[in-house]
Design a protein around this ligand. Structure first.
Ligand SMILES: Nc1ncnc2c1ncn2[C@@H]1O[C@H](COP(=O)(O)OP(=O)(O)O)[C@@H](O)[C@H]1O
Ligand SMILES: [Mg+2]
Length: 266
């Protein structure tokens, strides 16, 4: 009798598990399908928006160059700024809804960061932020799409810069390390900016979530999507008023090679 009951219980559990798994998979497929439909729709809409926008931008530039009246010129400049904003929003939406398949290459992580210094350093200087590089993966390679990885790094740094707005002692640290335990390369971007509450931290990366004015809130969603395609993941540690530590984990390609140390600051 006990055996029958036990067998029935196990069977029930298996069926329940199977049902749960099926519902999760169905949701995942539905999400994928929705994203594919969204991608197709957005590419049509974006095409329809971009063409007239190019015309508006072209004529606004022409008027701006021709007009003598300063007030009228300032209206043209506003039109140009707003068309740029619309362009930014639609291209972020396009990149999110119809992401390019990554084109993987064997790349040195530290080298990618060193090459990005030319874009990162002036932005930090402009905003009175001190930047520290602590790179420990000179010989570590990752399988990555260069453009996507660069976009992720620049976006996360941009978020840090924005989180440091209004602070005179702003600091950003970019570091790389290798975790022998998990055979992963870790890229950390740490700031001492405004930080996030627990709820904000959970919502960060949800499409269209943003606490900023004039922002689409797709930046981190795109980063999550790209890193996911690289078989990696992102972790955020943040405390309100203390700062944020965003870590990107990527599988290492050269786990057997020894790490070397390189430290740059300015
Ligand atoms: N380094 C950071 N410090 C504090 N908050 C952050 C940081 N990075 C992201 N966030 C929060 O996550 C939100 C979503 O970021 P993101 O997806 O890049 O969108 P956006 O930058 O357009 O707002 C931001 O609006 C901000 O509230
Ligand atoms: Mg952002």
């Amino acid at each position: 009798m006990f055996l029958y009951l036990f067998a029935a219980f196990v069977l029930y559990k298996v069926i329940e598990e199977d049902r749960h798994l099926r519902s999760v998979l169905q949701k995942k497929f539905a999400q994928k399908e929705n994203l594919a439909i969204l991608g197709q729709m957005s590419s049509n809409i974006i095409h329809e928006i971009r063409n007239p926008l190019t015309t508006i931008k072209g004529f606004s530039t022409l008027l701006n160059n021709k007009l003598a009246d300063n007030e009228l010129r300032s209206y043209c400049q506003l039109m140009l700024k707003e068309t740029d904003n619309i362009n930014k929003v639609i291209s972020a939406f396009y990149r999110y809804a119809k992401p390019q398949s990554p084109s993987f290459k064997e790349l040195f992580l530290d080298e990618i960061i060193i090459n990005l210094k030319a874009s990162i350093d002036p932005k930090c200087q402009e905003n009175n932020i001190s930047i520290l590089y602590n790179l420990n993966c000179a010989e570590m390679q990752v399988l990555a799409d260069l453009e996507q990885l660069q976009e992720v790094i620049l976006h996360v740094v941009q978020n840090s810069i924005e989180a440091l707005e209004g602070r005179s002692d702003g600091k950003i640290e970019i570091s790389t390390s290798y975790s022998r335990l998990t055979d992963e390369v870790v890229l950390q971007i740490i700031d001492n900016g405004r930080g996030m509450t627990r709820e904000e931290k959970l919502l960060a990366g949800t499409p269209f979530y943003s606490l900023k004015n004039n922002s689409v809130g797709l930046g981190l969603s795109i980063c999550y999507q790209y890193i996911n395609k690289h078989n990696g993941y992102i972790e955020i540690h943040s405390n309100l008023g203390m700062g944020t530590d965003l870590s990107i984990f990527l599988p290492s390609l050269t786990s057997n090679k020894k790490t070397s140390h390189l430290s740059i600051s300015n």
